[in-house]
Design a protein around this ligand. Structure first.
Ligand code: NI
Length: 301
């Protein structure tokens, strides 16, 4: 159907654009002016090593995403208005699967995170995580949720934690505080409309944030192991980056749209477990979190 084609085309076009230079350059510039704990900060030695160890390390570690506009989502919503509850309170709440108890103060915990979904890949990713009985955390782009609301429901049922990754994946430091708030508010509402719990975590696109982002009411979840899967398109490279950089308490960044990461997930899970790691969600990894606080790992938060 036309909406599908347009949406897919926009997503790929956005990805190609972001894989070029326009947005990453902007993100890099924005991050340069941010002296807080962003991905390129001096406190991220491990992350810098991870970037240097992967095949394409020409730029600062940034994540790319299909920069879809609000238009297709609006059109999709208009096409099936009856399918969506009028408000988060009216939506049928799903009961997330209870996580297995684990004490990450003692166990070697690690959190797999997948950004920029939901997408066509989400179902395959969920299949692989379910088969491996592996918990994970997804950071979703709000304007993609309506089209893949079934994937949201299944993720919740499978015990996946869904965090907020803004409505259109902008460079947040280029937005006013009010615009940043709209980006996260709209996304949290959409996640709830799909039946998921209200998000308690937020990940700013590209790991780029400023003081306004810290005032949005969420803990900011960054990462300490960046697979750069969007650049390498290599599951082997992602696995090696993880093998070379993971530590107890690590938060690993991969992408929902990157098929190489989805395909490599069972191998990554198997390797981590072979080294004694326990896979957990980000809330399990971090325990109690504070709004406005920046978390790169259990140790650096
Ligand atoms: Ni992203």
């Amino acid at each position: 159907m036309p909406t599908t084609i347009n949406r897919f085309t926009l997503g790929i076009a956005g990805l190609l654009l972001l894989s070029g230079c326009t947005i990453p350059a902007a993100a890099g510039a924005a991050r340069t002016t941010s002296t807080t704990a962003g991905p390129a900060s001096s406190s991220s030695a491990g992350r810098a090593t991870a970037a240097a160890s992967s095949p394409s390390s020409t730029a600062a570690a940034v994540s790319a995403a299909p920069a879809t506009s609000a238009g297709p989502a609006t059109a999709a919503a208009a096409a099936k208005p009856a399918a969506k509850p009028a408000s988060p309170a009216a939506s049928a709440k799903l009961t997330p699967a209870a996580p297995a108890p684990v004490n990450c103060a003692v166990a070697k915990c690690v959190a797999l995170t997948y950004d920029d979904g939901p997408s066509n890949n989400t179902y395959d990713l969920l299949d692989k995580l379910e088969a491996a009985k592996a918990p994970a955390t997804f950071f979703y782009i709000g304007n993609q949720i309506d089209r893949y609301s079934d994937a949201v429901k299944r993720a919740v049922k499978d015990g996946i934690v869904i965090g907020n990754h803004t409505w259109t994946h902008p460079v947040m430091t280029g937005l006013s505080e009010a615009s940043q708030q709209t980006q996260v508010d709209r996304t949290s509402r959409e996640i709830q409309l799909a039946g998921a719990p209200k998000p308690t975590l937020m990940r700013p696109p590209y790991g780029d944030f400023d003081s306004a982002t810290k005032n949005l009411g969420y803990p900011l979840i960054i990462w300490d192991v960046d697979t750069r899967d969007w650049s390498t398109h290599s599951g082997t490279s992602s696995l090696e980056t993880i093998q070379n950089n993971v530590q107890p308490g690590s938060i690993i960044l991969m992408h929902d749209f990157e098929t190489s990461s989805v395909a490599e997930t069972p191998t990554i899970v198997k390797w981590l477990r072979s080294k004694g790691y326990t896979l957990v969600t980000v809330p399990q990894l971090l325990g109690t979190t504070s709004a406005g606080h920046v978390y790169e790992s259990r140790a650096a938060g």
